[in-house]
Design a protein around this ligand. Structure first.
Ligand code: G3P
Length: 220
């Protein structure tokens, strides 16, 4: 399973990339706005930090302008993945860009039917938003399960399921149990994954006992 981080904060990305656990980055217009930086500058910088796919989203809504924006973004770095919304124009743009060899992430997916359309349009990734479905009392993880099952039945569907809008470690572990190829994690959730109170208390007990021996590994 690949881990992407869902942020446009380059300090966070640098810090997390140093763990060796980060396979890519996803951004969206809201995350770029939060960074307070110029879109092209921030995306270009992210592409120098990670080698894997970096999603950068178009903001036009018509096919012709989306395609121009996508081509401009794709020219920034070889690891750019153009993110398009799951609309008729977005999927048309997805097809044009993937036919030209550009990676595309189809975002704002909220149904299995939409995910089938994204696969037929040749998307590299489809991004179902689990947290936002949970927010409206729909079952986000059921959608991941449905998409994984459908995609596994068709050899000609090469699109990877990129689980997005993850809000907690349970979303991540459930997605892993379903065989989703990628999860994009807010930095806080990636850090939460390390945590367990028994790890903390167990380590404290080991260190207290070790202290009593008066030994040091490096001085032995
Ligand atoms: O990047 C898309 C997605 O991960 C957004 O998450 O928390 O804004 O629903 P959220």
């Amino acid at each position: 399973m690949k881990f992407f981080v869902d942020t446009a904060d380059t300090d966070e990305i640098r810090d997390l990339a140093a763990t060796g656990l980060v396979d890519g980055v996803t951004t969206n217009p809201s995350l770029v706005a939060k960074s307070g930086r110029k879109f092209l500058d921030v995306v270009q910088e992210i592409c120098t930090i990670v080698d894997g796919p970096v999603s950068a989203e178009v903001t036009a809504t018509d096919h012709e302008t989306m395609l121009k924006e996508g081509q401009k973004l794709a020219a920034l770095a070889p690891n750019i993945t153009v993110k398009v919304p799951l609309t008729p124009d977005g999927l048309k743009t997805c097809k044009s860009l993937t036919d030209a060899g550009t990676m595309v992430n189809v975002t704002l997916c909220f149904s299995a039917g939409q995910a089938i359309l994204a696969a037929k349009a040749g998307a590299t990734f489809v991004s179902p938003f689990v947290g936002r479905l949970d927010d409206i009392s729909s079952d986000g993880m059921q959608l991941i399960s449905d998409i994984c099952q459908i995609y596994s039945m068709y050899d000609d569907f090469e699109t990877e399921v990129l689980v997005a809008s993850i809000r907690n470690p349970i979303h991540l572990t459930e997605a892993a149990k379903m065989g989703a190829g990628v999860a994009t994690l807010p930095p806080s959730v990636l850090r939460q994954l390390y945590k367990h109170p028994l790890t903390d208390s167990g380590l404290a007990a080991f260190l207290a006992d070790w202290e009593k021996t008066g030994q040091s590994i490096l001085d032995s």
